[in-house]
Design a protein around this ligand. Structure first.
Ligand SMILES: [Zn+2]
Length: 184
């Protein structure tokens, strides 16, 4: 028995058999993605490094089929989620970055009409066959934000806007205090 996530197949084969792949993998099985996460975490103080980041689960479901009624355009619909460890670029602390990627692709084919591919993005393959695992990895990498940051400012201890700094709010009192000191 093969491993549908790792076997090299053509999109047509996967579509014709209506292949559905449910998976839950460790991030370490996605070599390029793991490298990106590691190089991001390398900037952390070793003490702040999440020890178990390589065990992060990457889970999802892929469903292959055809985008058109003529069964000529192989398609992939699915969803992949992962909560990866990343470094917040505002406070430079590690945090959990949730990725939730919707997949809706049609594979690059010979002749195509706009109607065939409505609602789908075109996924271009370099070779006839591919590993679904590699596609998942590439889609996750593309979904990563250019600048990762805490979404919730409550949990981010980074540099805040000046008007939000508690100390800045005390400024009138500080000014008053220094004025009083001068008077004395
Ligand atoms: Zn932060």
């Amino acid at each position: 028995m093969g491993n549908p996530l790792r076997d090299r197949r053509t999109p047509s084969e996967l579509a014709a058999s209506g292949q559905v792949i449910d998976f839950s993998e460790k991030i370490n099985n996605f070599v390029e993605l793991a490298k990106i996460v590691q190089s991001d975490l390398d900037s952390l103080d070793p003490a702040g490094l999440p020890a178990d980041w390589r065990d992060t689960d990457v889970a999802g479901r892929l469903s292959f089929g055809f985008a058109d009624a003529q069964n000529s355009r192989p398609s992939l619909r699915g969803r992949v989620t992962a909560t990866i460890d990343a470094v917040c670029q505002r406070c430079l602390e590690a945090f959990k970055l949730a990725l939730d990627v919707e997949l809706r692709f049609v594979f690059d084919g010979e002749e195509s009409t706009a109607a065939d591919t409505a609602g789908y993005e075109i996924w271009e393959l370099e070779e006839n066959t591919f590993r679904p695992l590699d596609l998942v990895e590439e889609a996750l990498i593309m979904a990563m934000p250019l600048v990762a940051m805490h979404v919730d400012s409550e949990t981010c201890h980074g540099p805040m806007e000046i008007e939000q700094r508690p100390n800045e709010k005390l400024r009138p009192f500080a000014a008053l205090k220094s004025q009083m000191e001068q008077d004395n």
